[in-house]
Design a protein around this ligand. Structure first.
Ligand SMILES: [Fe+2]
Ligand SMILES: [Fe+2]
Length: 400
């Protein structure tokens, strides 16, 4: 009897809060289309949604939203729509329908970052299963997505939909870099060809519309950092290369070299790489060997193409600073190659905003750019740093 009473009280609560949940989710997804990167409005929308969900997650551990023919159901209770909510409900229903999403389940523990990533994935996702793998790539276990059977199945991506293509490419990129990492760790031959294919497609996507794929680089996952970092550094480098008008074939080489810049880290156990705190002196010595270990790993790949050679150079130089400080220690002076200087900037920005260097606290994009600006001319090429800052601050390429 008590169970039924509890159940009724739960359903009553769902009826009361269901509208807010759908509204706030809709607003969050909408915001991803307006802003290229996470800003205060998105963080606020995500925390509003999280507090809508929190009482249900505390009580039941999970909560599902279903969409059936344009109507939303939270835990099988139909969400009532008032006139002021129509726009939001219709928008979200449209996104769900386009992406073939039928069920969305939230599970405790859930964080507002998970919700922001969900919003980006829904907005950029091709279909439910793909969004699910994107979420898994960020180790977001608190959310699962299912597609209803009554939507017609479409296997191919509409190539005119830049957003859909960007999502697919980011997922493919993650698969490719994971494969490289595991080949290198298990002593197998690194397959550069697969990376080349993905990077060529990413270059095309960035040349068409860089905003969506750049948006994916702003979403961070500490545990899965190593893989995301390989692909994020490539995307940021290609976007910077585009701003300084590098030709397309060079953008591809730049992206590939960026994917491999930390390949030497495959000599370091993941338990050390993923440590939540700083390294001890012995670990630091091991980590600082990765530029040279990277060259060795690329030599072992037995592909002496131009791209491989430039990747070796970038691996060797990406921690050498513009003013000749940094590592590895060299006897003579040398200015790093332009690819190394570009990748060094993208590398540092992604590491800072992921909380992987210095105090291990993630910098906001703004504070990371500020910190890098302060080191411009010493650690980083000053011209490239300015272009990079302008690019992420949303300035047009013509303003350089
Ligand atoms: Fe590195
Ligand atoms: Fe790196």
């Amino acid at each position: 009897m008590k169970d039924k009473k509890d159940d009724d009280a739960f359903k009553e609560k769902v009826a009361r809060y269901g509208t807010a949940i759908v509204n706030h989710l809709s607003i969050l997804v909408k915001l991803t289309g307006i802003h290229g990167s996470i800003n205060e409005a998105m963080v606020n929308a995500a925390s509003r949604l999280l507090s809508d969900l929190a009482p249900f997650l505390d009580e039941r551990g999970e909560l599902s939203i279903k969409m059936v023919e344009g109507s939303f159901f939270v835990e099988d209770v139909r969400v009532k729509t008032s006139l002021s909510d129509v726009g939001n409900v219709e928008f979200l229903a449209g996104e769900f329908q386009k992406r073939k999403i039928g069920v969305l389940t939230f599970r405790a523990p859930l964080q507002s970052d998970d919700l922001i990533y969900l919003a980006y994935s829904v907005k950029g996702g091709v279909e439910a299963s793909e969004i699910q793998s994107l979420l898994e790539s960020k180790l977001t276990k608190g959310i699962s997505i299912g597609g209803p059977l009554f939507f017609e199945k479409k296997d191919s991506v509409d190539m005119s939909d830049t957003r859909a293509v960007a999502t697919k490419l980011y997922t493919m990129g993650l698969y490719a870099v994971k494969e490289i990492d595991s080949s290198a760790r298990t002593g197998k031959l690194i397959n550069i060809r697969k990376v080349k294919r993905v990077i060529h497609a990413i270059v095309d996507n960035i040349l068409k519309d860089e905003n969506v794929i750049l948006g994916f680089t702003t979403l961070k996952n500490f545990e899965n950092y190593h893989y995301n970092h390989m692909i994020n550094t490539a995307i940021l480098s290609i976007a910077l290369g585009k701003r300084i008008r590098l030709p397309k074939y060079q953008l591809s080489s730049l992206g590939i070299a960026a994917v491999f810049h930390d390949i030497g880290k495959t000599e370091i156990p993941l338990s050390i790489l993923n440590k939540p705190s700083g390294f001890n002196p012995k670990e630091l010595e091991l980590v600082m060997r990765h530029p040279v270990e990277g060259v060795k790993a690329l030599v072992r790949a037995k592909d002496l193409s131009d791209i491989s050679i430039i990747s070796m150079l970038v691996s060797f130089e990406h921690h050498l600073n513009y003013d000749n400080t940094g590592y590895p220690e060299l006897s003579g002076k040398r200015t790093p190659n332009i690819f190394s200087r570009i990748i060094g900037i993208a590398d540092c920005y992604d590491a800072l905003t992921s909380g992987k260097i210095y105090e291990r606290v993630a910098y906001t994009p703004e504070s990371a750019l500020k910190a890098m600006y302060e080191k411009s001319g010493r650690s980083f090429d000053p011209v490239l740093t300015r272009v990079f800052i302008n690019m992420l601050a949303g300035n047009s390429p013509g303003s350089q």
